[in-house]
Design a protein. Structure first.
Length: 122
């Protein structure tokens, strides 16, 4: 099983856990297939708070990807297009399921000192 640790802002983490966000968008995906995403919730939480099982990785032109995912995007159309501004390809990890940890973990649980700017393989 291939795992990555992904930094996600608290507002989006909450939307994942309340099931209004079923896609995690990225400008650059992991090069290797990913089965599991470990969620590092950024400032002010600064903890590992859960994990996502990946159903698929979508790769499309931003306009096409928005049309495919907008109903479960968990972000506004404007935010989506700001994020992918200047990109001809947009990526989304489709979330199959998630587990919200009862006890949050520090990065050192995985032997990591600093949160990733985007992601790191575990």
């Amino acid at each position: 099983m291939r795992k990555i640790l992904l930094s996600i802002k608290p507002e989006y983490v909450e939307k994942i856990f309340d099931k209004t966000k079923r896609y995690e968008y990225r400008r650059i995906p992991a090069k290797n297939n990913v089965d599991l995403i470990i969620i590092y919730c950024t400032y002010p939480v600064k903890k590992i708070v859960g994990e996502l099982k990946v159903k698929s990785v979508l790769m499309e032109h931003p306009t096409t990807l928005w049309k495919m995912t907008r109903h479960n995007a968990g972000i506004s159309r404007n935010r989506f297009y700001e994020y992918f501004n200047g990109k001809s390809i947009a990526y989304a990890y489709e979330i199959e399921s998630f587990e919200k940890y009862r006890t949050h973990k520090d990065l050192n649980y995985y032997g990591i000192s600093f949160p990733p700017q985007s992601f790191i393989y575990l």
